[in-house]
Design a protein around this ligand. Structure first.
Ligand code: PEP
Length: 253
């Protein structure tokens, strides 16, 4: 399966013109890339416009509502995203969890996203690490609650993003995670998921996110035990983001 690099633009940039430029510049800079799948998760209001610019990069949303349709002022549904050509959606991001998102809602959203034909990018990750390694159980609980009741053969359609909150660029007093942190959690996530699967079921892709940049991307890709990366801040710079994509491309055999 192809490796995947996913950009999370968060609530940036502030105009459609800038969004179009960032997108087009990124498309240009990755024109030779063939073996790596590239996705940009942009604010809702830009998605239709970006879709018209190029199909080289797939598009993702950053959230959906937990109900399929109805009187929910201000919300966006999974079908709405799918019907404008969006393929992916980030769910359970720590910045949304900080605003009140919980595992139960994320579970509903995953099921709705799958039903609509979107690929959920499920974010899990601990706020802090403790000496007793309780963070493994924290992530296990997130996985179990968020994936509760999801059909075994749908699990391979989900991408699991391990994002230790303490390493994300928006976290106050953040610190760097390294490829070893990523690899041990990727192994743990694979084991947790494989306990739920039959032999014939495929594994979901597992990716790492948390302040990845063009200097450490190679280490995460080669030694982090993951199938790709989720990139926030660095994705707002076309040069930096495309370097990360090319590093991934070069690492593919
Ligand atoms: C994220 O928040 O999903 C993320 C990866 O952000 P950053 O790379 O800025 O830490």
């Amino acid at each position: 399966m192809k490796k995947i690099i996913i950009a999370n633009w968060k609530m940036n940039p502030s105009s459609p013109k800038e969004a179009g430029q960032l997108f087009s510049n990124t498309v240009k800079l990755i024109s030779g890339v063939k073996k790596t799948e590239v996705v940009i998760c942009a604010p809702y209001v830009y998605l239709s416009g970006l879709k018209k610019l190029s199909s080289k990069i797939s598009l993702g949303g950053q959230n959906i509502f937990k109900v399929e349709e109805g009187a929910y002022t201000g919300e966006i549904s999974a079908d709405m995203l799918y019907n404008i050509g969006v393929q992916y959606v980030i769910l359970g991001h720590s910045e949304r969890r900080a605003l009140g998102e919980n595992n139960l809602n994320v579970n509903k959203k995953i099921k709705i996203a799958l039903r609509a034909g979107l690929t959920p990018i499920l974010c899990v990750g601990e706020d802090k690490r403790d000496e007793n390694h309780g963070y493994f159980n924290f992530v296990k609980n997130q996985l179990e609650e968020c994936l509760n009741g999801v059909q075994k053969d749908s699990l391979s359609k989900i991408i699991i993003a391990y994002e230790p909150v303490w390493a994300i660029s928006s976290t106050l007093n953040r610190r760097d995670a390294n490829a070893n942190d990523s690899r041990e959690m990727a192994i743990f996530i694979r084991k947790t998921i494989s306990d739920k699967l039959n032999n014939q079921n495929k594994m979901p892709r597992i990716i790492y996110g948390g302040s990845v940049n063009e200097r450490d991307a190679e280490d995460f890709i080669k030694n982090g035990g993951v199938d790709g990366l989720l990139v926030g801040r660095a994705s707002l710079n076309a040069k930096k983001f495309s370097s990360i994509v090319k590093i991934c491309e070069a690492s593919e055999r």
